[in-house]
Structures are given as C-alpha cells and as structure tokens.
Design a protein around this ligand. Sequence first.
Ligand SMILES: [Zn+2]
Ligand SMILES: [Zn+2]
Length: 435
Amino acid sequence: MLLLLLAVLQEVPPTPPAAQPPAPAAIDAPKPQVAWRGGFEECLQLARSEQRPLLVLFHPEKDAAADASATKVWRDDKIVAKTAPFVCVLADGATHDEAEAPDGGKTCQRWGGTSCGAHQQAFVPAARELIDGATSVLPQLVLCTGEGRVLARRAFALSVAQLSDLLDDTLRMVGGPGGAGAADPAADAARVSRALEEVKRASSTRKAEALKPALELGSAAARDVLLEYARKGDDDATRAEVIAAIAATGDYLVLEPLLKLAKERQELIALAAIDALAKLRLPEALEELRKLLPRYTGNDQGRVLRALAACGPTDAAVRELLVKKAKGTDQNIRAHALIGMGALAPTPEVAALLEKAIFDRLTVARACAVYAAGKGRYEACREELGKQAAGETRVDLKELAQTALDHLDHVPDDAECCNLDSKLGNFIALGETRR
Ligand SMILES: [Zn+2]
Ligand SMILES: [Zn+2]
C-alpha cells in the first residue's frame, strides 16, 4: 500500500504539499492532522526525491506525559500546518484502536495518517539509523535531510512553542521558508558575535540578559558560533554563561561539546558544563560524569552528583551512589545527594531515606529532603511533609514543606508551577556559584 502511495506521489510535480486538501464539507469533518507515515526507508527515499526534510518522532509505548503531548501538541493546528513541508515518520511500538481507511487498510486512531503496524515497523530501522537505541531517551524527535544528515535532535516532549520554533529553524537550515525569512548564516554569525561582545562588557548579573538576542536566533549558524566561543572564547565568565545557556532542553547537538568542556582543567568552565549536562538530562552523559566525580570534593562533587541524578533518573547505580552519599558524613555532599533524589524516579528505598531525612537535626538537610520529596513527587512522604508543613518552627522551611506538599498533586510535566528550586535557594546555593 505504501509503495502504491509512493508511486502516486512521484507522478505529481514536486511542489511541496504545503496545505492539506480542504476537508470535505461534512458535519464532524475531522481536524487536519500530521500526515504520519511508517516505512522508514521509503520515507527517506521520498524525502530525497522531493528534496524535503524528514521528521522522525520516536514515541515511547507507555508514558502518560508523552501521550498527553501526542494528543495535544501534535494535533495543534499550528503544528500540523508547519509539519506540511516535512516527510513525517512515526516510530511508535504501541498498538492503538484502528479505523477502516478509505483504501480498505487501517488508520491508527491515536495518531492518524498511518496504521499501527506501519508505525511499529518504522521503529527499529529508524532507531538504528538515527539514535543509539539502548541509552536514548523517548520521546525523541529527529529532523534530518533525506541523506540522513541530522539537523536537529531533541529528547523529551516539546511544548507547542518549542516545537514550532524548532520546525521553523530546521526549515531555515535547509533553505526553506522558515518563520522569519530566508536563512542568512553570515548575518546570524555576526549578530551572535556582537551579542558576545555585549556579554563580555556586561556585569555578572546582566550577562544572561545580554546573551538573549544570540540565543533567540536559534539557527545552526548561531549555535555554531556560540559553541565555538564556549570552547575557545577569550573571556571565561562569558564562556561559562554561554555554556549554561546552550543547554536548551534535550538538544543532542550540544551533548558532545558539553562532554568535552566538562573535562577541561579549568574548574569554572568544567563545572558550568557539568551543570549544563544536568539541564540537558541525557543518559549518554552518565559515563563521563561518573569518571569526573572523584575529581571534586564538597559542593562541587555535589554538583556532579546532581547532574548524575538528572541524567539517570532510573539508573540503579546512580541511585545507589546517591543513597550512599546521603548517608555519609560530609554535610555538603549529603545535601546535594538529597536534592538529587528529587530528580530520581521514586523507589521505596529512597522514599524511606527521605521520610527520615525530612526530620533531620540539620536545617539544610531537612530542607533538601523536603524539596526532593516534593520535587520527585514521593507520594510515600505525604504524611511527613504534612507534619513539617504544620509543625516546622523555621518559617521559610515550613513554607517549603507546604509547597512540596502542594506539588505532590500537580501535573507531572509542569516544572514551573511551584518554583520549588528558588525556594530551596534560601538554604543552599544550587550551583553556578561564580568564583
Ligand atoms: Zn497506532
Ligand atoms: Zn507544583
């Protein structure tokens, strides 16, 4: 069936199918949706022959947050329209309800466009070609050319705004009609260089603001200049700022440069890269982070611990390490290990440890445990958090406990709702401590 479809498509002149055909004027006309396809090899061929970029979505079989994005983000009208220039491949191993398609085949009801069999079969060959199956995070989105050159690779679910920008940027990279006109790599590079000069001149509190215009460009040329500065720039404070900023969520194209920077001799740079890896949350960083751990002591080792937790939330060795450090005698490291538990997927062992630590005799340890219990949504700690919210004598800690308790009931993928991180900042510096 897919081959037939290809034959039909190839007879059509190669005008990009920018708009969906108008929906038939029926009541309950289905909303336009992404034209998902299975059949990875055929899609690569199609992308080459029509000179269109390829969009490949790897979707996990069982993941409530990812499913929510599947139904909301990928069915958003703006997103559907913006995917039209792409050949869209769905790689999802799950089985869903199916409906009869007009051609007698089946259509997946969750995604539309393709059958469940086809989106299941796309997974293995696409994963082999584009992501490293074993350690890779799902969901993951890869945008590439028909030749398989990766233009963008993002882990985790994206919001409508993030995805919309990413699709625009990718189209600009291939010279297509992006959101803000044709690509001009030289102009972008010049703009970033100018912004970097501003960042150098700015005071330490204004640097992040000064860097914004460079980050907002989002193009490959802009990113390359930023990465180059992170590697070899002439002002270390500015390099650290750039390193912190390029850790945009789940962008695989900054992973390798950050791993190299994390090994630099200069601690300001190396630790900035370690914090950035924590923001990136990719399991591919675990091995390198483990090697870096013995290089640091105290708070700095704590930062490596937190990065390990962020990159390996379900990794058993990471969990054991954090438990060991949380039971240790170095109070700085203990605090960071407790905080790190907020990034782990809850287990009974860690929950039991937090339940005790919520009543630790040291204020900082109590605060870190309360934070982690709320941040990681340790349901098992609800009673202990309630006790602290009612009985804690320190007002700011009492407030933190109440926030942590509230957060247990909030939407899992909402990171901003309670601002737990900034409330923990009353008790401990979370990193990026300028030297
Ligand atoms: Zn399906
Ligand atoms: Zn919340």
